[in-house]
Structure formats: C-alpha cells, structure tokens
Design a protein around this ligand. Structure first.
Ligand SMILES: *Cc1c(COP(=O)(O)O)cnc(C)c1O
Length: 351
C-alpha cells in the first residue's frame, strides 16, 4: 500500500456541532481496477477526483457504497463496529451490479491504517463517531450501457453527530402507498446509488407535508411494510418485537441484525415476518401498538412518534421514545463506544 501524508492538515470543525456527513478527514483511501485486477491501494490527502464528463457512473449509476462507524474507547483505543459485515455486504452489492469484488482482508488493513493516520478526527462525545464511507464507481470513459471494465474503490471518513437534527426525538413518518422503493427482483438488497435517487421524490413530498421520512411498502401489493429510507423498521405489538422478514427487496441492515440479537439475548420475543398496514392500523386502534423504531448505522435507533396512514396521524407511545427502543439503543451504543463488554464479538480492534 502506498501512503502519502498531507503537509497541511485541515482546521477541525467544532466537534459539538458536527451534524452528519458535512466534514471529511485529512486522508482517503483509493484503489483502481483495470485489466481485470485491483491495483495497489493508496492512502493520500483527501482531494477532488478529476473525471471525464463521459465517465459511465455519471450516466448510468453503476456505483455502490457502504456505511459503518469507528469509535475511540475510554482507554483511547480505536475500534470499529461489525465492519466485516459491511464489507461482505459490499461484495454482494458488487456482484449484483456486475462490479468486481474487493479483497476484504486487504481493504480492512488499509482501513485500519487510514483510521490510525486520521485518529485525531474520531470524536468521543456521546452520540458521535467517525463515519466510514467505502464506495465503488464505474470508471470507463465512454458512453454505452454495459458493465464497465474500470472501477475506483474509495474510503472517506467523516466525524458525525446525530443523523437527524433532533437526535433521539421521535420522528414523523408517512406510510407511502403509491411510490415504491424496490420491487422483488430489483436492487433493494444492495446499497447501490440508484435506489436512493429513486426514493427522493416521495421523500420530498413527505417533507412538504411535514414528515421526516417515508415508510416503504412492498412493490407488488403496496400493503406489506418494508423499511424506511436508510433504516430498517421495528414494531412492538403487544410486547412482541416484530420486523419485516428479509424477502429480497429489503436491505440486510447490520444494525437490524444487532437489534434482533441483543433483544433475543435479553429475553424479548422477536419475530421476522410479513406485517401489513392493516395489522399496524388495527393494533394502533386497539392500543396494542406499543412502539415503532428504525435501525441503521447513522442513527443506531430512531424512535418513531407519528405514523401517517391515508392522511391520519397515528401517535405512537405518546410521541416518546419507548422502553424497548431505549433498551436496544443503550445496549448497542454502549458496546460500540466501549463502555460495556463486547459479549457478541462485534467490536474490531484497530490498534
Ligand atoms: C444502510 C441502510 C439501512 C441500514 O443498514 P445498517 O447496516 O444497519 O446501517 C437500511 N435500509 C437501507 C435502505 C439502507 O440503505
């Protein structure tokens, strides 16, 4: 691996006002693919990447990404949370988008080196972390719809606070019955660029009505719950934790899996199955819908305070974060930031 360190480090932002994805560290990792193989990876100063206007990712969106986090423990050690799972998922996305797979061990070594070089960018206050964004783009300088022959893989790092402006305050979510995110047979299981572009329109319309996100339904009957923009979704109905089964159009969230494992270990009943909008509305009407929350790397757990269905606001748990949501949040974040023992083997030591 080739390493070039910057001569002029950036001025760091105020770590108490990070927001999400606004600041980037001093270095990045980059690795090109040509003639059927990955070339030597490079760590170099964070900088713009010149690109021919005809580069095919700019036209056809053959691109994928991942998102995970690094932390600093109270002892000052750098750690990552379940990052192998993210890189494995990235290779699944790559296969689906006809892109070359990465060597996970090699990329992990580069990532650890990158984190060590930029370690003074890892924030330590509660709710903060260093967000890691690996991504891969098609890089043929030619038009024409086909799988590219050249690619670039990058890793960039961003110190982050909470994903939503209002932190752990419950969000307002609109159940979207007309537009869909991903049909069966599509690319819903991948973190590929096009999925997010396709989701913007419904998201904007929901925002105009005062909602933070949309809850997507299945692509065929528009009846069964799938997930939120960049989060999986959980319901607590009669004390049972229920989340949509991974039917092929839903992203296999690492946080989703962690929530299930933590809650099962702690004695909660967790079901992965189909959940219809009828079931949710009925449960709410009968006072049995105890909690709703989203799970994802960015926010970890995001309580839902209002679900809008066909113009009616269903208020969940008095618009407050519920006990199960709180339990999952505290269990997972304390393992992540090193204040509780890693009983699941999720924490990766960097140094
Ligand atoms: C990234 C993402 C999630 C959450 O996945 P995590 O691995 O928990 O971060 C859920 N849904 C979609 C659509 C996503 O892009």
């Amino acid at each position: 691996m080739k390493i070039t360190q910057t001569q002029n480090k950036k001025v760091k932002p105020d770590f108490s006002k990070l927001g999400f994805g606004k600041y980037f560290t001093d270095h990045m990792m980059m690795m090109t693919y040509s003639n059927g193989a990955w070339n030597e990876p490079e760590i170099k100063p964070y900088s713009p990447v010149p690109m021919d206007p005809c580069t095919n990712v700019l036209h056809y969106g053959q691109g994928i990404f991942e998102g995970m986090k690094a932390y600093k423990t109270p002892e000052g050690k750098i750690t990552m949370f379940r990052a192998y799972d993210n890189l494995k998922r990235m290779n699944k996305s790559a296969a689906r988008l006809c892109m070359p797979e990465i060597d996970i061990d090699l990329v992990m070594d580069c990532l650890k080196k990158l984190l060590t070089i930029d370690e003074d960018w890892i924030p330590t206050a509660p709710g903060t972390a260093l967000y890691i964004r690996p991504f891969m783009i098609a890089n043929d300088a030619a038009l024409g719809v086909h799988a590219a022959h050249n690619y670039i893989f990058f890793i960039i790092l961003s110190p982050v606070g909470s994903y939503y402006a209002h932190g752990l305050q419950p969000t307002k979510i609109l159940i979207e019955e007309e537009y869909v995110r991903a049909p069966l047979g599509g690319t819903g299981e991948c973190k590929c660029m096009g999925n997010y572009a396709a989701s913007l329109f419904a998201g904007e319309m929901a925002a105009k009505k005062g909602y933070d996100q949309v809850l997507w339904l299945d692509g065929k009957e528009h009846k069964y719950v799938e997930e939120v923009g960049a989060m999986n979704i959980f319901f607590v109905i009669d004390g049972v934790v229920v989340t949509p089964a991974l039917v092929g159009s839903i992203l296999h969230g690492v946080t989703r899996r962690s929530v299930i494992e933590v809650l099962q270990k702690d004695g909660y009943k967790v079901e992965e199955r189909r959940i219809s909008t009828d079931e949710i509305v009925q449960a709410h009407k009968e006072g049995r819908l105890n909690e709703v929350f989203g799970s994802g790397t960015a926010a970890v757990i995001s309580p839902v305070g209002v679900l809008n269905f066909r113009g009616e606001d269903l208020v969940i748990n008095n618009n407050e974060m519920g006990a199960v949501s709180k339990h999952a949040y505290e269990r997972i974040t304390s393992i992540q930031n090193g204040t509780a023992p890693d009983e699941f083997g999720w924490v990766i030591k960097v140094n």
